[in-house]
Design a protein around this ligand. Sequence first.
Ligand code: OAD
Length: 247
Amino acid sequence: MAKNLVVLTGAGISAESGLATFRGNGGLWHQHRVEDVATPEAFARNPELVHTFYNMRRQQLKEAHPNAAHHALARLAAAWRGDFLLVTQNVDDLHERALASCPPCAEENKPEGRFRLLHMHGELKKARCGACEEVFAWEENLSTAHLCPACRLAGHMRPHIVWFGEMPLEMARIYAALRACDVFVSIGTSGNVYPAAGFVHEASGHGAHCVELNMERSLGASLFHEGRYGAATQRVPEWVEEMLRVA
Ligand code: OAD
């Protein structure tokens, strides 16, 4: 019978595409205080500062390209016959871009599809109106002067990002997949932030084989059955090749 797979990714998978991680040397949280740029209170206090932080990141994303790890996961998604959930904590669109070069997965990524990509911490290339909650595709800089394209109110447009203290997205669907998966793999995440840091516990508790692929042992490394350490552009394609032999 086809096996079910859940893949969790974090900032480490995009590091070799030139996007900064959060906690390593030179990480975003060494340059900015979470309390200043990544909480609802920060946005209420100084929305322009928060917009500037995410505008910069949205601009950087234009220079970045998917790397060998994103492409390997897209190949696996295309070939996998069981259910495949790719859940990312990343707000970049590098998984989408890798998947777009792989037509079978782009086709499958639908609510009823066998393959899904979910952004549990939101997406840089979307904006949301804090008044009417409508979500919009958004490529350009965001400011307090923008009107909501739906309700026409000014001053409420915000990045579609889950800030600290807010509820991550799609949790019911993610937990259902974790309980039903045969293999859980965590890639490029330090295991500092819940609920994602607890996914290994949930999957393992329901019988999944759990694998960590990361530059170094994460905080939850001992909860995995297997850990392979090194750069994502090396470890992920190697692991994908092994999985493709059993797909
Ligand atoms: P972190 O910055 O906490 O961790 C990144 C992990 O990737 C570390 O364990 C690194 O060792 C590893 N790493 C770095 N370069 C790598 C490479 N080339 N190949 C493989 N691994 C590499 O980032 P996350 O765990 O993703 O949330 O952070 C989780 C959440 O914390 C983020 O989604 C963000 C942040 O606060 C919000 O903003 C809500």
